[in-house]
Write a protein that binds this ligand. Structure first.
Ligand SMILES: CC(C)(COP(=O)(O)OP(=O)(O)OC[C@H]1O[C@@H](n2cnc3c(N)ncnc32)[C@H](O)[C@@H]1OP(=O)(O)O)[C@@H](O)C(=O)NCCC(=O)NCCS
Length: 183
């Protein structure tokens, strides 16, 4: 297992990882909403901020994906991905808007945000930590001062992982925890 930069051949595997590590997105429209919200912006618009953990066949089994600049993310997401999300799932679109509103203050000091997911067979082997090291080094080299993420409060793996990595709790509301990390 090793970590490398994202390559276009990883695209379908990224969707697979995103789907298999999520819940509640089982319909066709649900999948469209899932990929529009949690995958495609990052892969298409900020691919150099995406890193994958690969197996011995060079197949992605995990990823960390990131939007380093919140202004660009807000502008491009609103223009290209929000319409897809709104059409596929008005309810998920509403949740997205609520999340964005909850994060509006954190972005001033922590302009980047990320998502990290690893297939079950690759978990608890240190890959999440290595992916996070790779991303945070990349962000530091590019002058980014801080990164945030939102995690379900009931996601024990996620909450423990972020705390162990050094993220601090910025806020906790409506069943979600916002974590921040100074870079
Ligand atoms: C959260 C996740 C990215 C962690 O990645 P990982 O490669 O499994 O984590 P690591 O092996 O680097 O573990 C680092 C630390 O995280 C914590 N941790 C990881 N998995 C854990 C688990 N199942 N239960 C409790 N703590 C856990 C531990 O503190 C661990 O350190 P330790 O092994 O020395 O005790 C991974 O479990 C995952 O993809 N989960 C499913 C998707 C998900 O929840 N993504 C986050 C959404 S916000």
């Amino acid at each position: 297992m090793q970590i490398r930069a994202y390559q276009p051949k990883d695209f379908e595997r990224m969707h697979k990882i995103c789907y298999e590590t999520s819940s509640g997105f089982d319909t066709d429209k649900g999948k469209i909403a899932l990929y529009a919200t949690y995958c495609d912006y990052y892969i298409n618009e900020d691919p150099s901020s995406c890193f994958v953990a690969v197996n011995e066949l060079d197949e992605a089994i995990g990823y960390v994906i990131c939007a380093p600049e919140c202004e660009k993310y807000e502008r491009v997401f609103k223009e290209k991905y929000a319409p897809i999300l709104r059409k596929a799932s008005p309810v998920r679109y509403f949740f997205h808007l609520v999340n964005e509103w909850l994060c509006r203050n954190v972005k001033k000091k922590y302009p980047a945000h990320l998502h990290i997911d690893i297939l079950p067979e690759g978990q608890r082997m240190g890959l999440g930590t290595k992916l996070m090291d790779t991303l945070t080094n990349y962000l530091r080299e590019n002058g980014v001062k801080g990164v945030y993420l939102v995690c379900g409060a009931g996601n024990v793996k996620g909450v423990n992982f972020y705390k162990k990595y050094g993220f601090k709790v910025y806020s906790q509301k409506f069943g979600s925890v916002t974590f921040v990390l100074d870079l």
